[in-house]
Ligand binder design. Structure first.
Ligand code: AMP
Ligand code: FE
Ligand code: FE
Ligand code: ZN
Length: 284
């Protein structure tokens, strides 16, 4: 039988719209055999997702770390998926809580910029919509929609809004430090959507080679933000460097249009991740 594996999904523990429990039920309903919960900079969704796990579904516990590469000025923001690490590792948990604090500070500063231009958005209301989860620009985007300033999330991420005019950097984890932290915590680091030029600047292949030498395990190739040519490029690069490759939806509920299982990972690559991680796969 064909095993369906989706290794990148968000819940209300960050900027998804389904609770962790709803996410695992939606994954089963979508016909997945394996789903990974990868909220931004947090493991808060792990426990509720495990508790709600439906029979027959396997859960990979992970996170998506906000990172920066300092090879350009300003630094290039990038995302590192981390799978099956020890959630109690003190160095990694300290780095994650620092980034979450930085997200709150940045969010508040973005809202102040909007208010300075006379726009009616409220930081306390935005923070409330994050419901204690990792706050991010999608929460601000929803406030812009509620205020009638933009019609869609994509418009909110356009150059007139959060994509450029009201874009502020946050204090991300330096990417080599992130790879080191994830490996030291027994986890498996995979570079998320590494060629997504439609999101902004991407990093050179030489950096990916250096990260591979530093412990990076894999590259996410099949992702909606990659064109077919970009997917092929990532696969070839992974083959050159001996890295595993994944495909995944990066599901965010109604904050994005992509559906669970829209892109998937094959069993061989999944098994490489499972073999390399210190935390077990949870089974329902
Ligand atoms: P942040 O982590 O706060 O910088 O916000 C980045 C998040 O915004 C990503 O993880 C996506 O969930 C979302 N995002 C980024 N670009 C877009 C876009 N063009 N349309 C919709 N959501 C986006
Ligand atoms: Fe997100
Ligand atoms: Fe991402
Ligand atoms: Zn993601």
């Amino acid at each position: 039988m064909n095993t369906r594996i989706d290794l990148h999904a968000h819940s209300t523990a960050s900027d998804g719209t389904l609770t962790p429990g709803e996410l695992v039920h939606a994954a089963a309903a979508a016909g997945l055999d394996v789903v990974a919960i990868t909220d931004h900079d947090t493991t808060a969704g792990w426990e509720p997702a495990v508790r709600a796990l439906p029979a027959g579904l396997r859960l990979i516990r992970g996170a998506e770390l906000s990172c920066r590469w300092e090879g350009e000025d300003p630094a290039v923001p990038l995302h590192l998926l981390a799978y099956l690490f020890d959630p109690d590792d003190p160095d990694l948990t300290a780095a994650l809580s620092r980034v979450r604090r930085a997200r709150v500070e940045r969010g508040e500063r973005i809202v102040r910029l909007l208010q300075a231009d006379g726009l009616e958005v409220s930081w306390s209301e935005i923070l409330a919509t994050a419901r204690g989860g990792t706050v991010g620009r999608p929460h601000i985007a929803q406030a812009l929609i509620r205020a009638g300033l933009v019609a869609t999330t994509s418009e909110a991420f356009g150059p007139d809004w959060l994509g450029e005019r009201y874009r502020l950097p946050k204090d991300d984890i330096e990417v080599f430090e992130a790879v080191r932290l994830v490996r030291a915590a027994g986890g498996v680091p995979v570079f998320a959507h590494p060629r997504a030029t439609r999101r902004g600047r991407v990093v050179p292949d030489e950096l990916v080679a250096d990260l591979a030498a530093a412990g990076l395990a894999g590259l996410e190739a099949d992702h909606e933000d990659h064109t077919p040519a970009e997917r092929a490029h990532v696969r070839a690069l992974a083959a050159d460097l001996g890295l595993l490759v994944t495909g995944a939806s990066d599901f965010h509920g109604t904050h994005k249009t992509v559906r669970l299982g829209a892109f998937t990972t094959d069993v061989q690559n999944y098994e490489r991740i499972v073999a390399a991680g210190v935390t077990s796969v949870a089974s329902g």
